[in-house]
Write a protein that binds this ligand. Structure first.
Ligand code: NAD
Length: 519
């Protein structure tokens, strides 16, 4: 595909469809130009939302939430399953949009389609079971009929970053909405069109408009204003901003769920299948140009195989097809924003100045586009270098040899983050046991990140400074609910009956408690 085809602005018909999906309170709005990373040229403009827009979106969401929560699970599920089907049918349109806004390669954009479809299907099919009322035991047998109920929290605020703009706009919203909440989404400025496309498709699938609305604009203005108005905050982004969201939620005593940064390790054990491990490392380090929260940024390889592993990894990395193309031909795309590119350059420059050794990459590629950077491997990295412990969020990996498994585990755990990790071994059972020693919320054995991430029936969340609570599985929907215990007392009270002497009651109860020890 020639770059002139990539250069064009978003088609007018698409803009006419997407822009009205934004909630606007009226009055003049400034606009923000969105530039395509592939070209650096503006592809469209979005309104810079105001606090009044957010106020309106939350008000409408509140009004829409009660009737929405009264619908049956089956009714809500039908809408999301229709969305699932439409997404698969119309994937090409949104794949273009994701690529225009993020600059990632199409194969990495397709990961968003896969994940969005899988998570949508999962919660459409499972929400009712996960949230069904449950019988619980009362204080004493037979006397109390106790049920635990789940009800929606109300209006959920969603703040998402630019790196997985389809997936992150939809996959937390689906469980929130399936649980009967309404939601207001604030996407990143850079990727608002993809989020609007998803919301438009949900509406085409039958979602009532005010149940899920979008306000576009700057995070430092709209983020706190959203946190001030909603009943729960679902935040995905940097640890720095996550702390602000948590602080505000604590002040208001509302719940929040935080999916934050990582500095994810990969351990290659002595007997690992080298070819598979090298392929896994390429996926893990360079998918979406390393701008994935679960990207591998540190590789620990057993010294007995380090030389062969690194030679093969460097050779495969240098051979990767990097470039701008709206088909599946490229193996890595561009970075998404200038500040991201600057951070990557800074980490590599700092490391090389302090004595690191470059095994592959290490340069900007302006010949390919303004934000391209080569997939890069660094060796001899030390604690003094920024790249050692800070999240780069770009196509840069540091490699370290190790001599014992205990050393590998200790070094993998030597981080303030705890999001994801990967272990490569021919002995899968041993890998799974070793995984339990890694202090990360997701550990993949013989896979870079997709095994744990894609297991959507299991929770996925970060430990330490990588987050709080989790998405996916039961936890990924229960967090959007409040618990209520309804207990109906029968036959006689739990405390002393009116007609009984308190001392007699105490004696009887003591006997009964002894009998009930095994209950
Ligand atoms: P960021 O924190 O700067 O921005 C994320 C979102 O927060 C954006 O929508 C932004 O507009 C908004 N925001 C900005 N200021 C805000 C404020 N004061 N209050 C509320 N919201 C505000 O993050 P980023 O650098 O753009 O995104 C990359 C980071 O996200 C990386 O650290 C990456 O690891 C992390 N991430 C984590 C996950 C995960 O699932 N754990 C997924 C994707 C990305």
């Amino acid at each position: 595909m020639s770059s002139s085809e990539i250069l064009r602005r978003l088609p007018a018909t698409l803009l006419r469809r997407l822009l009205p999906q934004i909630t606007l309170a009226g009055g003049p709005h400034e606009t923000i130009a969105v530039r395509a990373p592939y070209t650096g040229l503006p592809i469209g403009t979005i309104p810079a939302g105001t606090v009044a827009d957010l106020e309106l979106a939350v008000q409408r969401a509140r009004a829409a939430q009660t009737p929405w929560s009264k619908r049956t699970f089956a009714d809500r599920a039908r809408i999301f399953l229709r969305f699932h089907d439409l997404l698969l049918e119309r994937q090409d349109e949104v794949l273009d949009l994701i690529q225009w806004e993020t600059g990632k390669a199409r194969r990495h954009a397709f990961e968003e389609i896969l994940d969005t479809a899988i998570v949508t299907r999962y919660y459409a099919r499972r929400a009712q079971k996960l949230l069904r009322p449950r019988r619980r035991k009362g204080a004493l047998p037979l006397l109390t009929l106790t049920r635990e109920l789940k009800s929606p929290v109300g209006v959920v605020g969603l703040i998402v970053p630019w790196n997985y703009p389809l997936n992150l706009a939809v996959t937390d919203a689906v469980p929130a909405l399936m649980a009967g909440n309404a939601a207001v989404l604030k996407p990143d400025v850079q990727t608002s069109f993809t989020a609007l496309w998803a919301v438009d498709l949900l509406r085409q699938a039958g979602l009532p408009p005010d149940v899920f609305s979008v306000v576009t604009g700057e995070g430092p203005l709209l983020g706190p204003a959203l946190g001030e108005r909603v009943d729960f905050m679902m935040f995905t982004g940097s640890t720095r901003t996550g702390r602000l969201v948590a602080r505000q939620a604590a002040e208001r005593l509302i719940g929040c769920s935080l999916e934050l940064g990582g500095k994810n390790p990969m351990i290659v054990l002595a007997g690992a299948d080298l070819d598979a491990a090298v392929y896994g490392a390429i996926q893990g380090c360079f998918a979406s140009a390393g701008q994935v929260c679960v990207s591998i940024e540190r590789i620990y390889v057993h010294q007995s195989i380090a030389e062969r592993f690194l030679a093969s990894l460097a050779e495969r990395t240098r051979a990767l097809k990097v470039g701008a193309s709206l088909d599946y031909s490229m193996e890595m795309g561009s970075l998404t924003a200038e500040r991201q590119l600057q951070r990557v350059e800074e980490h590599v420059r700092d490391a090389l100045q302090k004595g690191a050794v470059l095994l592959a990459g290490g340069r900007r590629r302006p010949d390919l586009g303004p934000l391209f950077y080569e997939p890069t491997i660094l060796a001899s990295v030390t604690e003094q270098m920024q790249v050692y412990a800070e999240e780069t969020f770009g196509p840069v990996v540091s490699v370290y040899p190790f001599s014992s498994e205990a050393e590998a585990v200790e070094r993998a755990n030597d981080t303030r983050y705890g999001l994801s990790a990967s272990i490569w071994t021919r002995d899968a059972a041993h890998g799974a046991r070793l995984a339990q020693e890694i202090r990360a919320g997701n550990v993949n054995v013989n896979e870079a990140y997709a095994a744990a991430w894609g297991s959507v029936d299991a929770p996925s969340g970060g430990r330490k400074e990588s987050g709080m609570r989790a998405r996916h599985g039961a936890e990924g929907i229960l967090k959007f609910t409040e618990t209520q215990t309804v207990a109906v007392q029968r036959l006689m009270p739990v405390g002393t009956p009116r007609w009984m002497d308190a001392a007699v009651h105490a004696r009887w109860m003591t006997r009964l408690l002894k009998l009930l020890r095994q209950w």
